[in-house]
Design a protein around this ligand. Structure first.
Ligand SMILES: [Ca+2]
Length: 313
């Protein structure tokens, strides 16, 4: 299979950080063309800063990082410091980055890259609210048919919601953007809470990160230690879900995941269920499928992949 050439669109976020580290430690399968930051878990000035910190942690100060949209389409920004801490990346102490932010807007980088690269060769990997991606599709409708695939973290069906009773955070923050992306006709693979809640960082799995012994392994263990406190309290689970790395792991080992090709629509009008991903898992709507909706993961395989790859950094 061809190497995946990707743009990571992200709001780091400890789990975003792990997703980026996995991509950057897997050059045989993944070439990262650039990283675009969006407002989400924390405001944009922190997400773009955190993205650069993570690149330097990975030993990749040459990576291009762009800042994108600082607020969703027509809604007030909702953030998640209660999960990720004030900085968005609480846990490890990472130095302020020396690498500079790129000139230019993330949305223009997405558009220019899709126009410059061969059609069907670039995959978009959104790990936060879909504002940058939707803005690019609105501004340059010609690029949608040039996207190879979108693999994103967002939504939920069986797990329903985490930021409201019926909505997952990334989709809830910018439902209008999500509606544009899900209606774009681009091939989409979705990592909803239904699968990410099965990717739990148990104490043994976190010990394995720490035992890697390099700077990255220790930093990742400290990140998961941090957000685990919140999730354990909330879910009482054996560990915190590691959401975003499911996206980059899927590119490397798709056989670890399974799901159904179904129709997914986004609620954008009801305040009560705003941002709900109405996923037709049982195929009762008669609406055409527009997304591969993942439900299951080989969690042991996923964590051994992560531990193995992070040990290379
Ligand atoms: Ca994220």
């Amino acid at each position: 299979m061809d190497k995946h050439r990707i743009i990571i669109d992200t709001d780091p976020g400890q789990d975003d950080a792990v997703a980026i580290l996995l991509a950057l430690s897997s050059p045989e399968e993944i070439e990262v063309l650039g990283i675009t930051a969006v407002a989400g878990n924390v405001p944009l000035p922190l997400t773009e800063l955190n993205a650069r910190k993570v690149c330097e942690l990975a030993g990749r100060p040459d990576m291009k990082v762009f800042a994108g949209c600082d607020r969703p389409f027509g809604r007030k920004l909702v953030t998640a410091e209660h999960v990720h801490g004030k900085s968005g990346l609480d846990g490890p102490v990472l130095p302020d980055p020396k690498m500079q932010l790129q000139d230019g807007h993330a949305v223009d980088f997405i558009i220019d890259t899709l126009r410059a690269e061969p059609a069907g060769s670039v995959t978009l990997c959104p790990l936060g609210p879909l504002t940058n991606i939707a803005m690019a599709f609105e501004k340059a409708p010609d690029i949608t048919e040039r996207v190879r695939e979108i693999v994103l973290m967002g939504g939920a069906y069986f797990e329903v919601g985490n930021i409201t009773p019926t909505a997952e955070f990334n989709i809830y923050v910018d439902p209008q953007a999500a509606r544009i992306v899900f209606g774009s006709g681009v091939q989409i693979t979705v990592m909803p809470l239904d699968v990410t809640h099965k990717a739990l960082v148990t104490p043994a799995r976190n010990d394995a990160f720490r035992a890697i012994g390099n700077r990255v392994g220790v930093a990742v263990a400290e990140m998961t230690d941090f957000f685990e406190r919140y999730d354990m309290e909330k879910y009482g689970a054996q560990g915190a879900p590691l959401h975003d790395p499911c996206v980059t792991a899927y590119l490397i080992r798709p056989e670890l995941f399974s799901g159904r090709h179904i129709n997914v629509e986004i609620e954008t009008s009801s305040e009560l269920t705003m941002g709900m991903t109405v996923a037709d898992w049982w195929r009762v709507s008669g609406r055409d499928p527009n997304a591969m909706f993942i439900r299951d993961i080989d969690a042991d395989g996923f964590f051994s992949l992560l531990t193995d790859r992070l040990s290379r950094l």
